[in-house]
Design a protein around this ligand. Structure first.
Ligand code: SAM
Length: 149
């Protein structure tokens, strides 16, 4: 078993456990390391403020790498931001929850070490997490943003 599938199996089992033992909204907070709904919301709003500070504008195409249950996506949605949102995560339950909470946003399950978007299709790629379950020995294929960064 390689490192990625080991991490995936453990995390997926953790999410399944939370879903069995908590109301769905609470399980989806805890699944990404947030203690409760209030913190989920406050932190998401803070994430959006940071993105705006770093240039997020209406009309942009953004990619949320490791989108989880949509803490950032839901905050973007609440904020009234108008743009094209794409998220990707390795855990299907989290992706399904995000898509249910944010109609019109598109999150997908992606377990490959790649960004699932064509070159020059994105304005901003962001990732909010303490760690990513990918091996530094396996090169991640890249996706060039419109600005070339
Ligand atoms: C701490 S959570 C943060 C979720 C979200 N970014 C947020 O701020 O609420 C980290 C997320 O990264 C996801 N993740 C971990 N490894 C990943 C990978 N290789 N590709 C995509 N997502 C990954 C996990 O499933 C988890 O949902």
């Amino acid at each position: 078993m390689n490192m990625l599938s080991h991490s995936f199996d453990d995390y997926n089992a953790h999410v399944e456990h939370l879903v069995r033992h908590f109301p769905l909204d609470v399980a989806m907070c805890k699944a990404i390391g947030c203690p409760d709904l209030e913190q989920f919301r406050i932190t998401g709003d803070g994430q959006v403020a940071v993105l705006k500070h770093h240039g997020l504008k209406d009309g942009m195409s953004v990619y949320d790498l490791g989108c989880g249950s949509g803490r950032t996506a839901q905050a973007l949605y609440r904020s009234g931001w108008k743009g094209h949102y794409r998220g990707a995560d390795i855990i299907q339950k989290l992706v399904e929850y995000l898509n249910g909470q944010c109609p019109g946003y598109g999150a997908v399950v992606n377990r490959s070490l790649s960004i699932v978007a064509p070159d020059d299709s994105l304005d901003l790629v962001f990732h909010w997490a303490s760690s990513l379950t990918c091996s530094s020995r396996n090169p991640t294929s890249s996706c060039r943003t419109r600005s070339g960064r």
